[in-house]
Ligand binder design. Structure first.
Ligand SMILES: [Zn+2]
Length: 70
């Protein structure tokens, strides 16, 4: 196994805004409404969920559909 070089990256385009994986087509989709007693708590939960899903996703299952493969 190679080193896990994948990283979370924030992207903003016309059609998409959110966190993606640098190594595949995975993107974070928050499930359900964010709840918390404060903005800070909501943010922490959001980040926790994001990190958890990012850590558990398998890059091979989210192949990129690249129009110009190298
Ligand atoms: Zn990935």
């Amino acid at each position: 196994m190679g080193a896990m070089r994948r990283k979370l990256e924030w992207v903003e385009t016309k059609n998409f805004q959110g966190w993606v994986c640098t190594e595949c087509a995975w993107a974070f989709n928050p499930s359900g409404p964010l709840v918390g007693q404060s903005i800070d708590e909501m943010k922490k939960r959001y980040e926790k969920q994001r990190d958890l899903e990012f850590t558990s996703h398998v890059c091979a299952e989210h192949p990129r559909t690249t129009k110009n493969p190298c």
